[in-house]
Design a binder for this molecule. Structure first.
Ligand code: GLA
Length: 756
């Protein structure tokens, strides 16, 4: 039983393998948060919640002279605005009379097998054997508004999910805030780790102490954004990969969001997460309800390495759905960086043929194939193949690619419209645009109002028509700008505050229609690279293009940051040309491949232009990746070095779940004169079993020096045999890197008992 209720003490306990969450119905009916942290075997921690009579912290009316009982200081399970809790709130309700208040009191509960689902929203899914649900109904003291708190417990994964549904049984009200979850921790020793960035430089890690007042990670862009990410960590001060208490929170949502940590006057930390309240206002008529998206929580006392692995497993096994969940993915070649908009069928076919010879399995035609799309200022919205570029349509090209025994994929950007398009000329009111204003343009495009059913129908019919007619195995779903001028011609004036969220609901509806109508297609999310890399998208699409930055060295830090909350199997990563188109940096082909292989691997360059030597190397890379792909995508992932401004090298490791095989890659970020010896300690092996470590290839400079590598192990040895404990606690030497951006790779295999 993962969920227990102690009738006498009115304490709810949620248990996972290594964590416990507890809450209690307080003496006047409010729901207090008692504890979330390391697993407590038995008993209630209700003694932890105490009050004293403080100044300027009122008490509910019923408390009478019980003045120590204050909503402002007691830890709460779901905070509401206007009734004496002055800390950040989850819920703010405006009633018909203009009053803004809610005081939530316990009404009832239900425990059931299986995991709840959310109508119209993505959510973790799990069967009756794998999860339990706790539902708690809180009702507002003075109105007929109810809040249904939902908890899903996935014991084996150390995961607790939360969501909430606001129901209105009385006269119409406005929701001004409807966040998903609140976590009140009675401690002030927490750092918040967030992942900030910008286009082509997503998810850089930043950490800082939570302090009195608030710190936030947020997006008001209508998408989860390049600039911040809806995955954050609260951790014990100084926590690292293997040490320290860590709470991870991932919002299963792809629109504007708020994650906020506030340390209050008595050094307690409140964390809230959900839809960003800025610009949000939702009408709830009598009998209606509003569902706030899910937050996935995980706790570990063993550092954020383990926390990440909890999220990786959960995403892979209980968030991602469909045919490509937990299966290998085809190695692709995407034509974008090679051709941009200048495509012809002939050229595409010749590129595909060249890519096929190398061993790639999927050819992807990116932007530029539809309408009048010769550049980024026209064509979006016109989902008919451009007859000049594709005389036999998408179907004709798809056939030619399949005839080569390759899979075929296309790029789409359904949510957008160019003013220079037939769609815009026919339906100028189908985009988001405030009356009387010229809209903000980004990449020459406007945003389609997919909160409207007829717009979604048009997209489903036009794009779906192509997918029905042509044999398409893969679709990259792009989204190349943020929302602005959020105003829908189909929504009454007073309800315009709903449009931003309705857009996201429309997006999910459209994605659901597509993935269920075309279940064999491999879908890849994208938003100018990684501008919508979130758990919401992963419910529909198993992989997301990680960044438009394909520079291997910059990608190391982008993929490093991404790996904190998301699995390797979700990160699209490609080898591109050197010098790199974004940074001009030159990096060895092997390093570019090593970095891209820490993701869903592919190529994005004109492979026809490569010399024979590089082509042979690519064949070898693809052969190698196919051999180790499952281990890399679904094994346990370890970050072996932090990646920051001054790192000398970066290293990471994947270990098969059975701990039989591991792969380590290391890239030199900064070669030194008179270098110091570099070493990595491996992770995740069996302590007392013997392993063979094989350095797979020489570094570039060692190759040129004819193999004179200042030995990775000992001179002249290409192999090392050592116990798991030695490799983990002593480590493995890296070669002496003589040039920036060289890389090395080790394969580690367990020896059978005999050999050992
Ligand atoms: C975005 C994507 C790129 C490419 C272009 C095409 O920027 O992230 O990979 O598809 O659009 O316009």
């Amino acid at each position: 039983m993962a969920i227990l209720f102690d009738e006498k003490k009115k304490v709810f306990t949620l248990q996972t393998k290594n964590s416990t969450w507890q809450m209690q119905v307080g003496r006047y009916g409010h729901l207090w948060h008692l504890y979330y942290g390391r697993r407590i075997q038995e008993g209630a921690l209700d003694y932890l919640v105490r009050g004293i009579n403080r100044g300027f912290c009122g008490a509910p009316y019923e408390a009478g002279e019980d003045r120590e009982y204050s909503l402002d200081t007691y830890p709460q399970e779901y905070s509401a605005y206007g009734t004496g809790d002055y800390r950040t709130s989850c819920l703010s309700v405006e009633h018909g009379d203009g009053s803004r208040a809610a005081e939530l009191l316990f009404d009832s509960y239900e425990i059931r097998k299986g995991k709840y689902g959310l109508s119209g929203l993505p959510a973790v899914w799990a069967g009756e054997e794998e999860a339990e649900t706790l539902q708690i109904v809180l009702r507002d003291k003075a109105s007929l508004v109810e809040t249904v708190l939902l908890y899903g417990v996935l014991e084996e994964y150390d995961v607790i999910t939360r969501a909430c549904v606001i129901r209105n049984k009385g006269e119409g009200v406005w929701l001004e805030r409807a966040l998903s979850a609140c976590l009140d921790l009675q401690r002030d020793d927490l750092e918040m780790i967030t992942f900030y960035g910008r286009h082509t430089m997503e998810r850089s890690l930043e950490r800082g102490m939570c302090r009195h007042g608030k710190i936030t990670a947020e997006s008001m862009r209508g998408t989860s954004s390049h600039q911040e990410n809806p995955f954050v960590i609260l951790c014990e001060k100084g926590a690292g990969e293997e040490w320290g208490e860590c709470y991870g929170m991932s919002l299963v949502y792809s629109g504007s969001f708020l994650a906020e940590a506030e340390v209050d006057q008595i050094n307690q930390t409140r964390f809230v997460m959900g839809i960003h309240p800025e610009g949000f206002r939702w009408r709830l008529e009598k009998g209606e309800s509003f569902t706030a998206p899910e937050v996935i929580f995980s706790f570990t006392s063993s550092g954020y390495g383990e926390l990440s692995r909890n999220f990786h497993r959960l995403c892979q096994e209980h968030l991602i759905r469909g045919k490509y969940r937990n299966t290998r993915r085809p190695v692709l070649l995407n034509n974008w960086e090679a051709m941009e908009f200048h495509i012809t069928e002939e050229d595409l076919v010749s590129l595909a043929a060249s890519a096929k010879e190398l061993g790639t399995e999927l050819f992807v035609m990116d932007d530029g194939w539809f309408g009048g799309r010769d550049h980024d200022r026209c064509g979006l919205g016109d989902w008919t193949p451009n007859a000049r570029k594709l005389p036999e349509g998408v179907a004709g090209l798809a056939k030619k690619i399949h005839d080569m025994d390759m899979m075929f994929g296309i790029w789409i950007e359904p949510e957008m419209i160019n003013e220079d398009s037939d769609l815009y000329r026919a339906h100028p009111d189908w985009c988001l645009r405030a009356p009387g204003r010229t809209p903000n343009r980004e990449r020459g495009q406007l945003v389609l109002d997919i909160s409207r059913r007829e717009v979604r129908d048009y997209l489903f019919d036009s794009i779906g028509g192509i997918l029905k007619e042509a044999e398409v195995d893969y679709v990259k779903w792009d989204m190349n700008r943020n929302l602005s001028d959020v105003w829908s011609a189909a929504c009454p004036a007073l309800r315009q505050g709903e449009v931003s969220h309705r857009y996201v609901l429309g997006l999910y509806d459209l994605m659901e229609r597509f993935v269920s109508a075309f279940p064999d297609i491999l879908w890849e999310g994208c938003s100018g690279g990684g501008g919508r890399f979130d758990a919401g998208i992963l419910y529909y699409m198993p992989q997301i293009w990680c960044s438009d930055n394909t520079d291997a060295i910059e990608r190391i830090s982008i993929q490093y940051g991404t790996s904190f909350g998301y699995p390797v199997s979700a990160m699209g990563a490609h080898v591109s040309v050197s010098p790199n188109l974004q940074t001009g940096r030159r990096t060895p082909l092997e390093t570019r491949a090593a970095v891209a292989m820490a993701g869903v691997f592919g190529y994005e360059l004109d492979v026809r232009r490569l010399d024979q030597e590089d082509r042979e190397r690519i064949k070898e890379q693809i052969r190698w990746y196919k051999q180790y792909q499952e281990l890399i995508l679904y094994g346990d992932y370890y970050r072996l070095t932090p990646v920051g401004e001054n790192g000398e090298f970066a290293a990471w490791q994947s270990v098969s779940r059975d701990q039989q095989t591991a792969v380590v890659s290391a890239v030199c970020l900064h070669a030194r004169s008179n270098p110091i010896f570099l070493r990595v300690r491996l992770k995740g092996l069996k302590e007392n079993r013997w392993y063979r470590v094989r350095q797979e290839r020489l570094t570039e400079s060692a190759r040129e020096d004819k193999g004179q590598e200042a030995g990775a192990f000992c001179p002249e040895e290409k192999e090392l045999i050592c116990q798991g404990s030695g490799l983990m606690y002593g480590g493995v030497n890296l070669p002496v890197f003589k040039r920036d951006y060289e890389s090395v790779r080790y394969v580690i295999e367990i020896l059978d008992e005999k050999e050992g």
